[in-house]
Design a protein around this ligand. Structure first.
Ligand SMILES: O=C(O)CCC(=O)C(=O)O
Ligand SMILES: [Fe+2]
Length: 358
């Protein structure tokens, strides 16, 4: 065996046991283990992006102005239908908080591995915070990323105590961030409800049960630099099974699929990126699209993103809501009638590269 082959085998062995891509990269990894090399038809070098287009941007600053609100509601429904993804500005979240958020997430991933490993555990368990590298999905492809996630408030005191003590500002910053994002998602859900002529909280109610409403997860993602960014992915192409995702990134990298092309979401320090997921696509009978997306890597630059995932309750029924049933040929969503829990089990079986599923 040549030195390169030996080196590669060592890397692969190391990778199989590693809990952190960052630790692997920090230890001087020179090749990407073959596990991370995607099939050619998924490699960024063969699936070029169109940099001349961007997803729609919607300004929310005038949502409470009665004369402006219908126009904003229409823009949101059109973006959700055409794209399943859009950026929002005028959301009211200060530049200071946005900066603090990215800083605290970077500080968390910069902690010594031993500090992060206390949160190691299966990512499906949501009752306590979970850290680890994003594990291979059932489609078999590896993502080049570490992640940390937990539920968001309201939480009982004990669960809040399980949040990291380091960095010192973690708890306060994330509490503030998730509170602000909750307001933004309430606004977006209510704008959609307005445009569909529904009660303001109808969409959230459809994704809850009498016993429990929607839940939210905070997911912080860290994408280390990658020696071969053209053949791997920060997260491989997927749709999110949840209702809605609010994403904030510090470095561009998110790409969305539109009309058969990958489109890089253009960087913008103010925008939040909102994606509608499978659950919204199903209950609205396809009026909202669940957008396929992936994350590109860079050779010399790392990236963090902060996602808040608005998820249906596990027992909520996922089916087309009566308000969205139309005459004419039935859509592919019409036959669906299962709990979100059951959907995740099917979803996971078919395409579980979405990391944030339960
Ligand atoms: O990091 C990002 O921008 C997107 C991550 C993502 O799509 C996911 O975790 O489901
Ligand atoms: Fe996603």
């Amino acid at each position: 065996m040549t030195t390169t082959v030996i080196q590669r085998k060592l890397n692969e062995e190391y990778c199989r046991n590693a809990n952190s891509i960052k630790a692997m990269v920090d230890s001087g990894l020179t090749h990407i283990p073959s596990d991370f090399i995607l099939p050619q038809n998924m490699q960024p070098r063969f699936t070029k992006s169109d940099k001349s287009r961007d997803v729609p941007t919607i300004d929310l600053s005038l949502v409470n102005d009665e004369s402006e609100r219908p126009r904003i509601a229409t823009a949101v429904t059109e973006a959700a239908k055409e794209w399943g993804v859009f950026k929002v500005v005028g959301h009211g979240i200060s530049a200071t908080l946005r900066k603090k958020l990215i800083q605290v997430i970077r500080e968390f991933f910069d902690l010594p591995l031993s500090d992060k490993l206390q949160f190691l555990g299966p990512s499906g368990d949501t009752s306590t915070p979970r850290y680890g590298r994003t594990r291979r999905g059932k489609t078999g492809h590896q993502s080049w990323r570490d992640q940390f996630h937990h539920r968001t408030p309201p939480l009982d005191f004990e669960e809040l105590q399980s949040w990291p003590e380091k960095p010192e500002t973690y708890r306060d910053t994330i509490l503030e961030w998730t509170k602000e994002i909750q307001k933004v998602t309430d606004t977006v859900f209510s704008l959609l409800a307005d445009a569909y002529d529904l009660q303001p909280r109808r969409l959230q109610n459809l994704m809850g049960t009498a016993e429990s409403g929607m839940e939210a997860t905070m997911l912080a993602a860290y994408y280390p630099p990658c020696p071969q960014p053209d053949v791997a992915s920060g997260i491989v192409a997927h749709t999110d099974p949840v209702g809605m995702v609010v994403n904030f990134e510090d470095v561009p990298g998110l790409e969305v699929q539109k009309d058969g092309t990958w489109i890089l979401v253009a960087p913008d320090p103010e925008s939040l990126i909102i994606l509608t997921g499978d659950a919204m696509e199903i209950i609205t009978n396809g009026r909202c699209k669940s957008c396929e997306h992936r994350v590109l890597l860079k050779e010399k630059q790392d990236r963090v993103s902060a996602l808040v995932l608005m998820k249906p309750s596990l027992e909520a029924k996922l089916c087309v809501a009566p308000e969205f049933i139309t005459s004419g040929p039935p859509s592919r969503f019409m036959g669906m009638n299962m709990t979100y829990r059951e959907y995740l089990q099917t979803f996971r079986r078919k395409c579980s590269d979405a990391t944030v599923d339960s």
